[in-house]
Design a protein around this ligand. Structure first.
Ligand code: PEP
Ligand code: MN
Length: 346
């Protein structure tokens, strides 16, 4: 495995709205001459170029045309910072969208337990209006004696569910050695909360050609989440979706404490889409609809929710699964609220 240790973003160059291709090419040539790299982010009105190099890199910008401003990269999370991209990031996968006003309703089983359970769940969430399908084949379990997922067999079942419903597939990759294997099946690579600071894994999905859904660690700060995303983007993968899924506090009445304040904070700090997982935060199905609605109202770009045809028989997270028979009503409420918030279902 080839791991590169990042040089960092030194400054941002914002081009004039009427800058030409030649102006951009001349700037990129200067950056390359100095042995630095450029990350070009085209905006609706202006293009921003992040210049990445060693702190002593000297890049001469004199004589270049079309430059509106040069700003030092002040924040620790640089590439994902709002200033770096004038427009919010829009992630498109199999014709579905998340971010920049598009809302993702990602739903499906916690864990792929069987073909039947997965297909029934996938059909139900699809018919209810879900925009992407979730499901775990490789499961991060607290106990080594708990069901660990069906692994590769689970991926094949998820592929069948995608084939039938057309929904893009979000599934977790737990280990840097399995990124290629999981990326062959997945449309979106999920990094679980417990792996948020697995830097080797972050670098590996940063080199993959698939969007990444990055969950906040239960004991991680917002800044740590942003820096974890920075690892992925710095490796060359700009398609990262951030996910608040509850943090560990003294409060035991919910499984985790859903930090909804993190949603507007993240929306101020970064151009990346921000979604919420009410299922793992709540730990109890009766609480999931309220937390999901609150997430939409807080400005989230999506939610990721677990469902099951008969939750009492589930092998994982039984208490928090929404019965597929109730999912339609749940989704209708979410869609109404999404529209009220001025967003469009992705
Ligand atoms: C999951 O979404 O399947 C999961 C295990 O969640 P988390 O990593 O947030 O605990
Ligand atoms: Mn789960």
């Amino acid at each position: 495995m080839d791991i590169t240790y990042p040089r960092s973003l030194q400054f941002l160059v914002t081009l004039e709205a009427d800058a030409s291709e030649e102006d951009l090419d001349a700037l990129l040539a200067r950056v390359a001459e100095a042995g630095a790299e450029a990350r070009v982010t085209p905006g609706r009105e202006r293009t921003v170029i992040g210049v990445i190099g060693d702190s002593d890199a000297k890049i001469v910008l004199d004589g270049l045309n079309g430059i509106a401003a040069v700003t030092p990269a002040a924040r620790a999370h640089k590439l994902v910072a709002r200033e770096t991209s004038p427009d919010p990031t829009l992630i498109q996968v199999r014709g579905r969208r998340v971010g920049a006003g598009y809302f993702a309703l990602i739903a499906g089983p916690c864990t792929v337990e069987s073909r039947e359970q997965t297909l029934v769940t996938a059909r139900a969430v699809h018919d209810a209006g879900a925009t992407m399908l979730r499901g775990g084949a490789f499961k991060p379990r607290t106990s080594p004696y708990a069901f660990q997922g069906l692994g590769v067999e689970g991926l094949r079942i998820l592929e069948e569910a995608r084939e039938e419903t057309g929904l893009p597939l979000v599934t977790e990759v737990m280990d840097a050695r399995q990124v290629e294997l999981v990326a062959e099946a997945a449309d979106v690579l999920q990094i679980g909360a417990r792996n948020m600071q697995n830097f080797t894994l972050l670098a590996e999905v940063g080199a993959a050609d698939k969007p990444v859904l990055l969950k906040r660690g239960p004991s991680s700060s917002v800044e740590e989440l942003l820096l974890a995303a920075e690892y992925v983007v710095n490796e060359g993968n700009p398609r990262v979706i951030l996910c608040e899924r509850g943090i560990r506090t003294f409060e035991r009445s919910t499984r985790y404490t859903l930090d909804l304040g993190a949603v507007p904070v993240l929306k101020e700090e970064t151009h990346l889409p921000v979604i919420v997982d009410p299922s793992h935060a709540a730990g109890r199905r009766s609480l999931v609809p309220a937390l999901a609605c609150a997430a939409v109202a807080a400005g989230a770009d999506g939610i990721i929710v677990e469902a099951h045809p008969s939750p009492d028989e589930a092998l994982c997270d039984a208490a928090q699964l929404i019965p597929t028979g109730e999912f339609g009503e749940f989704a209708t409420q979410i869609v109404t609220l999404v529209e009220t918030m001025g967003k469009v279902m992705g």
